[in-house]
Design a protein around this ligand. Structure first.
Ligand code: AMP
Length: 284
């Protein structure tokens, strides 16, 4: 039977017991409204660990006041069912006061990889992400934690944090899961009406175009970004936030494909901000 913990104390009871039994623990941090993208992380965690913990927590600290914290979709019963079907052992589902009780005033902040891409349009976002992930790591004490390439900058930021702060947790990156027509799966896709859902395909189409150019040998990252941007701009409902090429580990801008280059995009479809990306490994 799947266990559910609403408090840190309850979660610790399970974790302590599993540690005593010598079982390894895999953690999948999420904001809930789970879908196949999340489940791909769970499946990988299931293969590699004795116990799998999924956290479901819409973290207020990573949302600016003008963002979608209140509208963010939630369906904990459906999340529980999906986790149960996929062999999750424990769901950690705290309320905000459990994570941020009165008097809370400690934060994990990062410069460098948080300065570009989503860090520019969402200035407080990664401080919230690093702080909550740090707390989840301290609560669950996982051997491994699983993050999707869907949020590639977040993956790079967490890798940096774990390295900088000497945390002995293996960070496992997992590929982007897409709908049949190409749209990257996301809880925020729920915001799209029928017309916007069709328009949203411009993100994956632009990613596939850029990827094809890179695979055909184009090394000029600016040319690839420009072609992607032009394609997105053909869609009347789309408004580009950014189309950028960066080094996948430092998240600093690059002009040429070198090492592991991340091509990342953020695009508003109506009021909904969606992201997508691909990574090119340069052949040296
Ligand atoms: P979220 O609930 O959106 O915060 O996502 C929780 C985790 O699931 C993050 O590591 C995401 O990168 C990952 N994830 C979300 N959507 C996808 C997807 N379509 N493919 C792969 N991973 C995903």
């Amino acid at each position: 039977m799947i266990a559910i913990a609403h408090t840190v104390k309850e979660a610790r009871k399970y974790i302590t017991e599993w540690k005593k039994q010598g079982l390894s623990i895999g953690l999948v941090p999420t904001m809930g409204y789970l879908h196949e993208g999340h489940m791909s992380l769970v499946k990988r965690a299931r293969q590699e660990n004795g116990k799998v913990v999924v956290s479901v927590f819409v973290n207020p600290m990573q949302f600016s006041p003008n963002e979608d914290l209140d509208q963010y979709p939630r369906d904990f019963d459906a999340d529980t069912r999906l986790c149960h079907e996929n062999g999750v052992d424990l769901i950690l589902h705290p309320e905000p006061p459990e994570m941020y009780p009165d008097g809370f005033c400690s934060f994990v902040d990062m410069t460098g990889p948080t300065a570009e891409l989503c860090g520019k349009s969402r200035p407080i976002h990664f401080r919230g992400v690093c702080t909550v992930v740090n707390k989840l790591f301290n609560i669950v004490q996982p051997d491994r934690a699983y993050f999707g390439q869907k949020d590639a900058q977040q993956l790079a930021v967490i890798r940096r944090m774990v390295c900088d702060l000497n945390m002995s947790i293996e960070i496992v990156g997992c590929p982007i899961i897409r709908e049949e027509d190409g749209l990257a799966r996301s809880s925020r896709n729920k915001y799209l009406n029928e017309e916007e859902r069709k328009a949203a395909l411009i993100l994956s189409r632009s990613v596939f175009l850029g990827k094809e150019m890179a695979e055909e040998g184009e090394k000029d990252a600016r040319k690839i970004c420009l072609a992607m941007r032009r394609l997105i701009e053909t869609e009347p409902l789309a408004r580009v936030d950014y189309v950028e090429a960066v080094d996948f580990s430092t998240i600093q801008k690059v002009d040429a494909v070198q090492g592991e280059t991340l091509f990342a995009i953020a695009v508003y479809i109506g009021k909904t901000r969606l992201i997508d990306n691909f990574i090119v490994k340069a052949i040296s």
